[in-house]
Design a protein around this ligand. Structure first.
Ligand code: ISJ
Length: 354
């Protein structure tokens, strides 16, 4: 076959794909109209996950589950945009890892607002300036993003979905020689993901400057020949700062989990859900042990528990952010949440990302 003949086959397939996508949009529009008349939510992460899982089992193997996910997340985002365009805030500036997480969920068509701090994303969702907010919550090598945990406690928002993404760092700088670099900017948690590289390449007295995000770090380093940033390669490219080293994270298994936040959001049960809560337990001996024992008795497994100091109090009082398997609408979960309703804040029940 000649190149032209092969391309003619591809063109024919693209025409069929387009016709099918347009047909799909017609059905999506009908779902959207139904949802509007019932005043129910447009974004249904658990339905999207179920579609991706079903298609992954149908695939003949030429497309990996990750590839199917990438293609269909974009189709869903375009569909939702067709049902109702929504504004999404994320921890910016442009080119942050959170921006990439937001785009994987909301596609390229959504109306994005890049905000300078995690707290500003919570504020934008709370005040309804935007419908959704995207923030990082934890990295599998470096631990939690404490600003997010503190804001989850402080604001009255819900977790609509989670998104887990591989994270690869680069070192970007306008410096010609690595020896000239005196300062490195990044988000605090990013330094902890690139500790080995920093130790190998720089003297111990190098100044590490924590800033609000990795893309902010690029902007700080941009105009100073003695500075560099640990950031996403895409941030370096957008802000035109040369990349000196790539893939400098300590572990190739480096992943970050992001949350999609919304006001008043309740997912339907998917059968593979995580519930997130914040528990403020009485400061008495055994209160945490008794609380956790209720999870054991109900056969509920915890996937995360982390303590954070309760702010504005004297002494040492703690709250706990807890993730566990199950959905608020399941009886055993419902019973547990009811029993502890006075000191538990439900943050969301959402389909597991993987
Ligand atoms: C069309 C729907 O709405 C949204 C779009 C989806 C899609 O394009 O398939 C799936 C779930 C929702 O986020 C639906 O709920 O079925």
């Amino acid at each position: 076959m000649t190149l032209d003949e092969i391309r003619a086959q591809i063109d024919a397939i693209d025409s069929s794909l387009l016709a099918l996508l347009e047909q799909r949009m017609d059905w999506v529009k009908k779902v959207g109209d139904l949802k509007k008349s019932n005043q129910t939510l447009i974004y249904r992460p658990e339905r999207e996950k179920a579609i991706i899982e079903r298609l992954s089992t149908l695939s003949e193997g030429k497309l990996s589950p990750k590839a199917i996910e990438a293609i269909f997340l974009e189709i869903f985002a375009v569909s939702r945009h067709h049902e109702m365009p929504e504004r999404v805030a994320y921890l910016g500036p442009e080119g942050s890892f959170t921006h990439q997480a937001a785009e994987s969920r909301f596609g390229t068509l959504s109306d994005y607002v890049a905000l300078p701090e995690i707290r500003s994303v919570f504020e934008a969702v709370s005040t309804e300036r935007v419908r959704f907010g995207v923030v990082p919550i934890e990295n599998n090598q470096a631990g939690s993003v404490v600003e997010t945990i503190d804001c989850l406690s402080e604001f009255d928002l819900h977790i609509a979905a989670e998104h887990i993404m591989p994270i690869h760092f680069c070192l970007a700088s306008n410096s010609e020689k690595i020896q000239d670099i005196k300062r490195i900017y990044s988000k605090d948690i990013a330094f902890r993901q690139c500790g080995k590289f920093l130790k190998e390449m720089f003297p111990p007295d190098i100044t590490l400057v924590p800033v609000a995000s990795t893309s902010q770090a690029v902007l700080q380093a941009k105009d100073d020949k003695h500075s560099a940033a640990l950031c996403a390669p895409v941030a370096a490219k957008i802000h035109l700062v040369p990349i000196l080293f790539e893939n400098i994270e300590d572990s190739e298994l480096n992943q970050t989990r992001f949350l999609i936040l919304a006001k008043d959001f309740e997912n339907q049960l998917s059968g593979n859900d995580t519930t997130s809560i914040i528990a403020k337990l009485p400061d008495t001996p055994g209160s945490l042990a008794r609380f956790l024992d209720d999870f054991v008795q109900a056969g509920i497994s915890l996937s995360k528990i982390e303590s954070r100091p309760l702010k504005g109090q004297s002494g040492f009082s703690y709250q706990f952010i807890i993730d566990f398997e199950g959905h608020k609408e399941q009886n055993h979960v419902k019973a547990l949440l009811k029993k502890h309703e006075n000191h538990v804040k439900w943050l969301g029940s959402f389909v597991k990302s993987n």
